[in-house]
Each structure stands twice: as C-alpha cells, then as structure tokens.
Design a protein around this ligand. Structure first.
Ligand code: FAD
Length: 381
C-alpha cells in the first residue's frame, strides 16, 4: 500500500516553514503476509437443527472452487445439538467441519457467533469464507469482516477464482443493470455472501467421510449481553426460496383479485404464490412474493409463470426451476422460450381448470399428496 507524506512543516506553528518547500515522500506500507491462508470455508446457517438451503448450495459451489484451487473445503457449524448437521455437511461436500455445539448457542446472536467464527478463521486460516446472503448471513458476515479486518462482497450471484487464487465475487450493481466483479487483493480471508437459489447443491453422499473438529464456545452465557426471549413466526411472510412449487402471476392478472385464483392453485399443489415486479409495484401483492433480479432467486421443482411475459429480469430469478409451465395469451411471449410446457390462452379459464384437475387427482385414493410430478402430469393432461 502506498501513501504520500508531506514533510517540511513547522511543527510548532502547524504551518509550513517559510523557508522550506513542503517535500513529498512516498511511504510504502507492506501488505500483511497471508501466504499461509489456504482452503475455502462455508459458514452453515441453521435454525432448530435444520440448515438453510443456501448453506448446502454454497458447499456445492465451494467444492467447485476448492477443486480449481486444489485445496480443501471446510464448514463451520454452530448451535446447540447440531452434531448431526456437522456430519450432514460432510455428506454435502465438506472435507472438514469445525463444530461448536453448546446450549447457549441455541439461538443466533451476533457476538457469540462472530467470536466463534473469528476464532475458527484465526485457527484454520481459510483464504475464502462464504456465507448465505440471508438476514442471518448478512449480519454475521459484516461483523466478522469488520473485526478481521477484510473486505466483504455482499449478495453475490457468481463466484469464481483466478490464476492468482483471487476470489472473483460478482454481484448486480448500479440498480442491477450491471454485473460487477469485486476482488479483495490484499487481505485474507476474501469474504462474500451469496444469494440463495443461485448455486447448485451437490447430491447428498452418505459414503463421504471427513473430520469433525470440536471448537469451544468463545463466550460464557453471562458474557452474552443479548437474550432471545421467543421467536414469533411471521406467518404471512412467504418463503419462496424453500418452496418446491411456485405459482407466479404478473401484469396479465390485471389487478389484485385474480391472485386469489393463483392462491387456490398453490394451495391445491402445496406451493407458494410468486409475482413479477409490476404486480408488486402496483401493490397487488407484497414484495416478499417478487421473483427476479430485484426479488428472490428461486429453484423450485415446478414454476408456473402466469400472465408473465418473460422479461430477462424476471427470468434470471426462476430459470433454474426444474419444470416451468407458462400460461400466456400471446403465443410469441418470450416466457415460452424458457418454459418446458406452454399453454396459450386466457389465464382466467385455464387456471380454474388446472386447479380443479389437481383437486380431483388429490381425492383419488392413491394420491396421498400432490407432488410436483403429479402437478406437471395434471397440467400436461
Ligand atoms: P408484462 O411484461 O406486461 O407481461 C404481461 C403478460 O401477460 C403479457 O405477456 C401478456 O400477453 C400476458 N397476459 C395479459 N393478459 C392475459 C390473460 N388474460 N391471460 C394470459 N396472459 C395474459 N421484473 C420482475 O419480474 N422481477 C424483478 O426482480 C425485476 N427486476 C427489475 C430490475 C430492473 C433494474 C428493471 C429495469 C426491471 C426489473 N423488472 C423485474 C421488470 C421487468 O423488466 C419487466 O418489466 C417485468 O418482468 C414484466 O412483468 P410482467 O411479465 O408481469 O408484465
């Protein structure tokens, strides 16, 4: 790092000495030596012993990066009674898991969790640390990066490494019009949070083996200033990122009322309702339902795009769905290019018919639960 220092200053007066012209000298501050930092570390997010999908997706992406760098993939699991989760992290791609299992870590709190991560990072010296860009991950990653200190690229949608082992962390920028690739050249670990639903998790492999390294809690219960009294579930908030079936509607619905039709179909399928941005901007449905570049990135087994034209900003958020069914009255709508099944027609007659077909199939004695497969079959039939 280089900085300029101005000399020739009259120290007593705080003014440049009259006779001497200020001299400028270059001072070179050596970058710290991080040559012993190696490996990729994923911090696993869990709640009540269940991991967030994004953590497994990051282990999948981390595995790819570790292969490129010819290094190991580590995970950090923190919580209470989470030993099984550490084992699960190995099945999902980790070579080594740092496990901090303690009763007082049952609920996430920034200080105790970040202290453990800082301890593990100081011990294991990973060159890259990745965390899900959830509320939890954004809070934790910011606290860790501030203490180290190092850079943090938030909300990434692409990750890669170059020949100098630099992390190329890419994220939408300038009102999501550009993809900016950000590097942290002088400090380690290089840190990034990454969006849910963008990266692919590996198939679970129970034959994988790895090391589980116990880590002591870094703070005692009485040192932790905050206490979680209760969790109040926000029942109205939709969790699109974990939904296996999404029924999404767009401007073609023409108003808020037709979302009730979509809700009926979603209920019949056991899915959630999504929306395009114009439907959200018009106030027809809440922002947590929005799919796309400025909404959620989703990867369900089945995605219905209803009255949605297929603009690129919508498609980037749902194109990785396993099966896409598009319903649009315009046969040239771009959404048909990404759809596996397309129905050209008026959504107001098609949706009730599909809902009825799904409900009838669910009543058959063998149809214990509507699955994505059954829904596709109902749609195709
Ligand atoms: P339209 O493009 O108006 O399409 C409506 C469709 O409904 C048409 O294809 C029409 O044929 C069909 N239709 C109408 N009536 C019927 C009927 N009765 N039956 C069947 N079909 C019917 N958009 C997002 O969705 N998510 C984002 O996150 C997002 N982020 C953005 C970020 C930026 C920076 C910008 C500039 C834009 C963003 N957009 C986003 C907006 C995006 O560009 C499109 O404008 C938007 O996706 C279009 O929404 P739509 O398909 O619902 O509406």
């Amino acid at each position: 790092m280089e900085a300029e220092q101005v000399t020739g200053v009259d120290a007593a007066a705080g003014q440049p000495a009259a006779s001497a012209k200020p001299r400028r000298e270059k001072i070179v501050i050596d970058a710290p030596d991080f040559s012993d930092y190696n490996g990729i570390m994923i911090v696993v997010e869990q709640r009540a012993g269940a991991a967030k999908k994004v953590s497994w997706q990051l282990l999948g992406e981390g595995r790819k990066l570790a292969q490129k760098l010819n290094t190991e993939l580590m995970a950090v699991v923190i919580g209470s009674d989470v030993g099984a989760l550490a084992q699960e992290a190995i099945y999902r791609g980790a070579d080594k898991v740092y496990l901090c299992d303690s009763e007082e870590l049952r609920d996430y709190r920034t200080r105790p969790y970040s202290q453990i991560c800082l301890h593990v990072i100081a011990t294991a010296k990973p060159e890259i640390v990745l965390i899900g860009a959830t509320y939890w991950g954004r809070d934790l990653a910011g606290a860790i990066a501030t203490h180290l200190p190092t850079g943090l690229t938030a909300d990434c949608t692409q990750l890669d490494v170059d020949e100098n082992r630099l992390l190329l962390a890419s994220r939408p920028a300038f009102s999501e019009k550009m993809l900016a690739t950000i590097m942290c050249k002088q400090y380690k670990p290089q840190m990034a949070t990454a969006r849910s639903g963008v990266f692919l998790e590996l198939p679970r492999d129970p034959s994988r083996t790895g090391a589980i390294i116990p880590v002591p809690a870094q703070m005692s219960a009485d040192e932790i200033a905050t206490e979680v009294l209760a969790f109040l579930e926000q029942t109205e908030r939709v969790n699109l990122e974990d939904a296996e079936i999404i029924v999404a509607g767009g401007r073609g619905l023409g108003g808020p009322e037709p979302f009730a039709l979509l809700q009926d179909l979603a209920d019949a399928l056991g899915g959630a309702v999504g929306a395009s941005r114009p439907a959200v901007d018009a106030g027809w449905i809440g922002h947590d339902h929005q799919v796309g570049q400025t909404g959620s990135t989703v990867r369900p087994k089945l995605y219905f795009a209803i009255g949605i034209s297929g603009a690129v900003q919508h498609v980037v958020g749902m194109q990785h769905s396993d099966v896409i069914v598009a319903i649009n009255r315009d046969p040239d709508a771009p959404i048909f290019k990404v759809a596996n099944f397309g129905i050209v027609g008026d959504l107001f007659s098609i949706i009730p018919a599909i809902t009825k077909a799904v409900q009838e199939r669910r009543q058959l004695p063998f149809a214990v639960a509507a699955t994505a497969k059954e829904a596709v079959a109902a749609t195709a039939g």
